[in-house]
Design a binder for this molecule. Structure first.
Ligand code: SF4
Length: 176
Protein backbone atom coordinates (compact mmCIF):
# COMPACT_ATOMS: atom_id res chain seq x y z
CA UNK A 1 0.00 0.00 0.00
CA UNK A 2 1.25 3.46 -0.88
CA UNK A 3 2.06 5.69 2.06
CA UNK A 4 1.68 9.33 1.07
CA UNK A 5 0.44 12.57 2.51
CA UNK A 6 -0.50 15.85 0.84
CA UNK A 7 2.52 18.08 0.33
CA UNK A 8 4.83 15.08 -0.02
CA UNK A 9 6.23 14.32 -3.45
CA UNK A 10 5.34 10.89 -4.88
CA UNK A 11 7.57 8.73 -7.02
CA UNK A 12 6.21 7.77 -10.46
CA UNK A 13 5.43 4.24 -9.20
CA UNK A 14 3.58 5.55 -6.13
CA UNK A 15 1.60 7.91 -8.34
CA UNK A 16 0.56 5.03 -10.60
CA UNK A 17 -0.55 2.94 -7.63
CA UNK A 18 -2.44 5.67 -5.82
CA UNK A 19 -6.07 5.66 -6.92
CA UNK A 20 -6.46 9.32 -5.85
CA UNK A 21 -4.54 10.11 -9.03
CA UNK A 22 -6.56 7.75 -11.23
CA UNK A 23 -9.81 9.18 -12.53
CA UNK A 24 -10.73 5.82 -14.13
CA UNK A 25 -11.34 2.45 -12.53
CA UNK A 26 -10.91 1.47 -8.89
CA UNK A 27 -8.77 -1.67 -8.75
CA UNK A 28 -8.26 -1.90 -4.99
CA UNK A 29 -10.31 -0.84 -2.00
CA UNK A 30 -8.75 0.34 1.22
CA UNK A 31 -9.70 -0.45 4.82
CA UNK A 32 -11.22 3.06 5.26
CA UNK A 33 -13.43 2.35 2.19
CA UNK A 34 -14.65 -0.80 3.94
CA UNK A 35 -15.25 1.05 7.23
CA UNK A 36 -17.16 3.83 5.45
CA UNK A 37 -19.59 1.53 3.64
CA UNK A 38 -19.99 -0.77 6.65
CA UNK A 39 -20.95 2.22 8.81
CA UNK A 40 -23.31 3.51 6.11
CA UNK A 41 -25.02 0.12 5.82
CA UNK A 42 -25.23 -0.24 9.60
CA UNK A 43 -27.64 2.73 9.84
CA UNK A 44 -30.65 1.11 8.09
CA UNK A 45 -29.84 -2.30 9.55
CA UNK A 46 -29.70 -1.05 13.17
CA UNK A 47 -32.78 1.14 12.60
CA UNK A 48 -34.80 -1.77 11.20
CA UNK A 49 -33.58 -4.19 13.88
CA UNK A 50 -34.60 -1.71 16.60
CA UNK A 51 -38.10 -1.39 15.12
CA UNK A 52 -38.57 -5.16 14.81
CA UNK A 53 -37.14 -5.89 18.28
CA UNK A 54 -39.48 -3.30 19.83
CA UNK A 55 -42.50 -5.27 18.63
CA UNK A 56 -41.36 -8.89 18.53
CA UNK A 57 -38.32 -10.74 19.85
CA UNK A 58 -39.07 -13.76 17.64
CA UNK A 59 -39.34 -11.61 14.51
CA UNK A 60 -36.05 -9.88 15.34
CA UNK A 61 -34.40 -13.30 15.52
CA UNK A 62 -35.82 -14.20 12.10
CA UNK A 63 -34.62 -10.83 10.74
CA UNK A 64 -31.13 -11.56 12.09
CA UNK A 65 -31.18 -14.96 10.37
CA UNK A 66 -32.31 -13.32 7.11
CA UNK A 67 -29.43 -10.82 7.35
CA UNK A 68 -26.81 -13.44 8.21
CA UNK A 69 -28.20 -15.93 5.67
CA UNK A 70 -28.03 -13.39 2.85
CA UNK A 71 -24.24 -13.04 3.27
CA UNK A 72 -23.24 -16.52 2.01
CA UNK A 73 -26.02 -16.36 -0.62
CA UNK A 74 -24.66 -13.07 -2.04
CA UNK A 75 -21.08 -14.33 -1.80
CA UNK A 76 -21.90 -17.52 -3.69
CA UNK A 77 -24.23 -16.16 -6.38
CA UNK A 78 -22.95 -12.59 -6.90
CA UNK A 79 -19.49 -12.03 -5.43
CA UNK A 80 -17.82 -15.18 -6.85
CA UNK A 81 -17.96 -13.45 -10.28
CA UNK A 82 -16.45 -10.19 -9.01
CA UNK A 83 -12.79 -9.39 -9.86
CA UNK A 84 -12.18 -8.48 -6.20
CA UNK A 85 -13.24 -12.02 -5.28
CA UNK A 86 -11.41 -13.62 -8.22
CA UNK A 87 -8.12 -11.99 -7.27
CA UNK A 88 -5.46 -14.59 -6.46
CA UNK A 89 -5.59 -14.05 -2.68
CA UNK A 90 -7.00 -16.22 0.12
CA UNK A 91 -9.17 -13.54 1.66
CA UNK A 92 -11.67 -11.07 0.23
CA UNK A 93 -11.01 -7.36 0.71
CA UNK A 94 -13.57 -4.94 -0.72
CA UNK A 95 -16.07 -2.30 0.36
CA UNK A 96 -18.32 -4.82 2.13
CA UNK A 97 -15.94 -7.56 3.31
CA UNK A 98 -12.46 -7.28 4.78
CA UNK A 99 -10.25 -10.30 5.41
CA UNK A 100 -13.08 -12.77 4.81
CA UNK A 101 -11.82 -16.24 3.77
CA UNK A 102 -13.06 -17.27 0.32
CA UNK A 103 -15.01 -20.48 0.88
CA UNK A 104 -16.69 -20.56 -2.54
CA UNK A 105 -14.77 -21.20 -5.74
CA UNK A 106 -14.13 -18.25 -8.03
CA UNK A 107 -16.40 -17.93 -11.08
CA UNK A 108 -14.96 -15.20 -13.31
CA UNK A 109 -17.30 -14.17 -16.11
CA UNK A 110 -20.93 -13.25 -16.44
CA UNK A 111 -23.75 -14.26 -14.11
CA UNK A 112 -26.42 -16.74 -15.20
CA UNK A 113 -30.12 -15.89 -15.08
CA UNK A 114 -30.58 -17.79 -11.81
CA UNK A 115 -27.58 -16.03 -10.24
CA UNK A 116 -28.90 -12.62 -11.29
CA UNK A 117 -32.36 -13.44 -9.92
CA UNK A 118 -30.99 -14.60 -6.57
CA UNK A 119 -28.66 -11.57 -6.38
CA UNK A 120 -31.71 -9.31 -6.69
CA UNK A 121 -34.04 -11.39 -4.50
CA UNK A 122 -31.66 -11.66 -1.50
CA UNK A 123 -31.18 -7.91 -0.89
CA UNK A 124 -34.85 -7.28 -1.75
CA UNK A 125 -35.82 -9.73 1.02
CA UNK A 126 -33.70 -8.09 3.70
CA UNK A 127 -34.83 -4.60 2.66
CA UNK A 128 -38.53 -5.50 2.64
CA UNK A 129 -38.62 -7.90 5.60
CA UNK A 130 -38.68 -5.22 8.38
CA UNK A 131 -41.17 -2.89 6.62
CA UNK A 132 -44.20 -4.34 8.46
CA UNK A 133 -42.67 -3.42 11.85
CA UNK A 134 -41.24 -0.11 10.60
CA UNK A 135 -44.75 0.98 9.52
CA UNK A 136 -45.67 0.82 13.23
CA UNK A 137 -42.79 3.22 14.09
CA UNK A 138 -43.03 6.10 11.55
CA UNK A 139 -39.96 7.92 12.92
CA UNK A 140 -37.77 4.86 12.42
CA UNK A 141 -39.38 4.23 9.02
CA UNK A 142 -38.28 7.70 7.83
CA UNK A 143 -34.71 7.14 9.08
CA UNK A 144 -34.74 3.69 7.42
CA UNK A 145 -35.89 5.03 4.04
CA UNK A 146 -33.51 8.00 4.09
CA UNK A 147 -30.52 5.84 5.07
CA UNK A 148 -31.34 3.29 2.34
CA UNK A 149 -31.50 6.13 -0.19
CA UNK A 150 -28.19 7.62 1.00
CA UNK A 151 -26.55 4.19 0.94
CA UNK A 152 -27.82 3.38 -2.56
CA UNK A 153 -26.94 6.84 -3.90
CA UNK A 154 -23.43 6.67 -2.42
CA UNK A 155 -22.71 3.33 -4.08
CA UNK A 156 -24.33 4.43 -7.34
CA UNK A 157 -22.56 7.81 -7.50
CA UNK A 158 -19.16 6.83 -6.12
CA UNK A 159 -18.62 3.16 -6.99
CA UNK A 160 -20.64 2.01 -10.03
CA UNK A 161 -18.95 4.48 -12.45
CA UNK A 162 -15.46 3.21 -11.52
CA UNK A 163 -16.21 -0.43 -10.67
CA UNK A 164 -14.14 -3.18 -12.30
CA UNK A 165 -16.99 -5.72 -11.92
CA UNK A 166 -18.20 -5.17 -15.50
CA UNK A 167 -20.43 -8.27 -15.40
CA UNK A 168 -22.52 -6.71 -12.62
CA UNK A 169 -25.85 -5.60 -14.15
CA UNK A 170 -25.61 -2.27 -12.27
CA UNK A 171 -22.11 -1.43 -13.54
CA UNK A 172 -21.90 1.81 -15.52
CA UNK A 173 -18.13 2.24 -15.67
CA UNK A 174 -18.11 1.84 -19.45
CA UNK A 175 -20.35 4.87 -19.82
CA UNK A 176 -17.58 7.20 -18.64
S1 SF4 B 1 -17.04 -5.54 -4.34
FE1 SF4 B 1 -19.20 -6.14 -4.14
S2 SF4 B 1 -19.48 -7.81 -5.64
FE2 SF4 B 1 -17.27 -7.53 -5.35
S3 SF4 B 1 -16.74 -9.03 -3.78
FE3 SF4 B 1 -17.15 -7.10 -2.73
S4 SF4 B 1 -19.32 -7.17 -2.16
FE4 SF4 B 1 -18.96 -8.77 -3.69
Amino acid sequence: MVSWSYGQKMTKKESENDDRNQPGLKYRYSFPDFLYYSALLAIPVVTAFTAVLDRSGAASLVYLLVLLGSVPVMLRFFCTHCPHYCRDENTLKCIFFWGLPKVFRQRPGSLGVMEKSISIAAPALFILFPVYWLLQAPGLLIIYLLSIIVFGASVRRNECPRCIYTDCPANNANQQ
